[in-house]
Design a protein around this ligand. Structure first.
Ligand SMILES: C[S@@+](CC[C@H](N)C(=O)[O-])C[C@H]1O[C@@H](n2cnc3c(N)ncnc32)[C@H](O)[C@@H]1O
Length: 223
């Protein structure tokens, strides 16, 4: 059985994200560039990683350093009391939308499979419990915004998301814990229209992060 730690970054014969093995580029053709961003191993053997083209052949630490110069002002946090499989997906989406950091609250170990190794490019911080996360957010002057459809939640669609904030998600099943609910400055719900009680935390996180992107990078204010 494959362990979750066995998901590798470059696997030409076994793509990590469902993409074809031909994704990426082969060995560098021609004289090698001298720029220190480049990784000699990748230049020699090709770069099949799940990275955008501008980072092809770059060393991982050079990619992280580049992202660090322009990360956005929102943070993402998720409760982890029972190894929720959504956490990896949340990390991958946080990487895509360039969140400042991801905060895992509760258990330190989390299921990395859905992250598809994007966690290597994303700062992930652990907090033992909600009190620790809330204290950290308070120190940073960041409002803690719970995302859940519990009674009393305010619609995300009409809420003016602050530029600097922590978006906090609950787990499959219980959703946001009572401790999370009590620690939040506001709790925001995503409108639903069907029969299911909720969408999964990974989908909710993608919607909430993209709401932040629309509000702050495209200046789309709620009505
Ligand atoms: C599967 S939901 C479970 C909780 C939900 N309160 C329930 O009663 O079924 C897991 C997490 O996904 C997020 N989520 C799911 N649906 C949501 C919605 N409509 N609005 C906001 N968050 C949602 C929340 O972060 C929630 O804690």
């Amino acid at each position: 059985m494959e362990r979750i730690d066995d998901v590798r970054e470059t696997v030409p014969d076994e793509p990590t994200d469902g993409l074809s093995a031909s994704v990426g580029v082969g060995p560098w053709d021609g004289p090698w560039p001298s720029d220190p961003h480049y990784d000699p191993e990748l230049l020699a053997h090709g770069d099949r990683r799940n990275v955008v083209d501008r980072f092809r052949y770059w060393r991982r630490d050079a990619v992280v350093a580049d992202l660090d110069t322009r990360r956005h002002d929102f943070h993402v946090a998720i409760e982890n009391w029972q190894h929720d499989f959504n956490i990896g997906s949340v990390v991958r989406t946080a990487n895509a939308f360039l969140a400042k950091e991801v905060h895992v609250v509760g258990r330190r170990r989390w299921n990395r499979r859905g992250a598809m190794v994007t966690d290597r490019y994303q700062h992930v911080r652990h907090h033992a419990d909600l009190e620790a996360l809330a204290a950290w957010a308070h120190e940073q002057g960041l409002p803690l915004l719970g995302i859940d459809n519990l009674p009393g939640a305010v619609p995300l669609e009409t809420y003016d998301l602050p530029r600097s904030c922590v978006l906090l998600f609950g787990q499959e099943g219980p959703g946001l814990s009572d401790a999370a609910w009590n620690a939040c400055d506001a709790v925001l719900s995503i409108a639903q229209y069907g029969s299911t009680r909720s969408i999964n935390a990974g989908a909710a996180a993608a919607i909430a992060m993209h709401s932040w992107v629309r509000r702050h990078l495209f200046d789309q204010k709620p009505a």
